[in-house]
Design a binder for this molecule. Structure first.
Ligand code: UD1
Length: 426
């Protein structure tokens, strides 16, 4: 398993380029199952999760041609309607093939994802929505078996009110509805920008969708979809992660970092919190500059919630900032019940954090010091990288395969800014 070794205390200076969004790319790739036409995707991030989704689609019979940050997919000869456990267990987002397969072929067999480091994360809302559209879904040998009423028949439009706001649930149901008979309304829909990006692809493929980006999405089903081209939106979580890294190092060691190819308007809550924490930011249409302003970080209280509020996927990274800011701040996690596993690792670096229920009380400290820590999930790992960049001495982060799931070339991007960071293969 690879490790990252980071020598903290370096000043970061320069520009970095943001890659395509993982959480937009995954549903968009799954959408290729909705048509026999060719889907051309560009700005595709090079990530382990993207590789897993492509392998899953390839196993089903999708023809895939990969280029540099682009891919063409043609699902005109699908031979298997199964997503097997060995791939699903490494990536929960594999569930995103369920809606498209069922909608186009009237049948699907998808492994249940099983446990997950950051909580239970059930898929009951995906199931409930598809059942409302006329699907019969049973669980056999750990697999969801889904069928339309008539073998190979179409789903039927329905009015669906989800019990809670779910991102991949909304995406699965929106994709399924594109090929259903009649209209589907998804109430309580997630409003994440990645849903809007997916809707743009589906509309380019011939789908009739209104309201993506609001909590009420209406889809008029059509009989067929066709091929299309699309560039994946920039990754707002990667953007926020580099902003936190820059904020931490600039406040301690000076320097100036420009994050380019970003979409600042998808990051309002994160930018607001960074400003509240005392970070000097300058936003342009597609770039954000972080520079020293002579003041210490003061940190900020954050409460994660659904978009457009502060994202749970930025919680660990922001907590790393609060660890080195003046004063005491509260970080409240409302989306996942077990998403504080980075706390004990940050404590190993000298952070002062107490957990009470879903609240982490973070008392800023003057210095962190390097140690060996373990990455426990994707965003937790990113939080550890940020802390390591300002810790004194050397920090070794073990199990960084988590990081490779969601960050394209993170150590190369940080090295280009001046960080001392190397990957050690074992
Ligand atoms: C997506 C993101 C993930 C992000 C999360 C929340 C992708 C590929 N992943 O995950 O990075 O952290 O949104 O912003 O886009 N829930 C249920 N039943 C369901 C579905 C969800 O109880 O059927 C619960 C979950 O356990 C969780 C909450 O709803 O507590 C939100 O989960 P959800 O939005 O579905 O997360 P994902 O789509 O899995």
């Amino acid at each position: 398993m690879d490790k990252l070794v980071i020598t903290g205390g370096q000043r970061l200076d320069g520009a970095i380029q943001i890659s395509g969004a993982k959480n937009a790319a995954l549903p968009i790739l799954a959408a290729s199952l909705l048509t026999a036409g060719t889907l051309e995707i560009s700005n595709l991030p090079t990530l382990r999760d993207v590789g897993t989704m492509l392998r899953l689609l390839e196993r089903m019979g999708t023809r895939i041609e990969r280029g540099n940050e682009r891919v063409t997919l043609k699902a005109d000869a699908i031979g298997s309607l199964e997503a097997a456990y060995d791939l699903v267990k490494t990536m929960r987002a594999s569930i995103l093939v369920l809606g498209p397969m069922l909608a186009r072929f009237g049948e699907a067999r998808v492994s249940l994802p099983g446990g997950c480091a950051i909580g239970q994360r059930p898929v009951d809302q995906h199931i409930k929505g598809l059942q409302a559209m006329g699907a019969t879904i049973t669980v056999e040998q750990g697999y969801l078996l889904a069928r339309t009423e008539r073998a190979g028949g179409r789903l039927k439009g329905a009015r669906i009110v989800t019990d809670m706001v779910t991102v991949t649930g909304t995406e699965n149901l929106m994709m399924a509805a594109t090929l259903a008979e009649g209209a589907t309304t998804i109430e309580n829909a997630a409003r994440e920008p990645e849903i809007v990006d997916l809707a743009e692809v589906l509309i380019a493929m011939g789908a009739h969708i209104r309201g993506a980006g609001t909590d009420r999405i209406v889809v008029e089903g059509v009989e067929n979809l066709h091929g299309a081209s699309h560039a994946v939106m920039p990754d707002r979580i990667e953007t926020g992660t580099f902003l936190c890294a820059a904020a931490a190092t600039v406040s301690r060691h000076g320097g100036e970092v420009i994050v380019q190819g970003a979409r600042p308007r998808t990051l309002d809550a994160v930018l607001d919190k960074l400003r509240e924490a005392g970070v000097a930011l300058e936003c342009d249409v597609d770039s954000i500059r972080v520079r020293a302003n002579g003041h210490a970080l003061v940190g900020a209280n954050v409460r994660t919630s659904e978009y457009p509020a502060f994202p749970t996927d930025m919680q660990a990274q922001f907590m790393a900032l609060d660890c080195i800011a003046e004063g005491t701040n509260h970080v409240i996690e409302t989306i996942f019940e077990n998403r504080f596993m980075h706390v004990q690792e940050l404590s190993r670096l000298g952070a002062s954090i107490e957990i009470e229920g879903n609240t982490a009380i973070v008392k800023g400290v003057a210095r962190l010091s390097g140690a060996t820590v373990m990455a426990t999930d994707l965003r937790a790992s990113a939080g550890l990288v940020i802390a390591a960049l300002v810790a004194e001495g050397e920090t070794t982060i073990d199990r960084i395969y988590h990081l490779d799931r969601g960050y394209q070339a993170m150590e190369a991007k940080l090295t280009a800014l001046g960080a001392t960071i190397r990957r050690v293969a074992e």
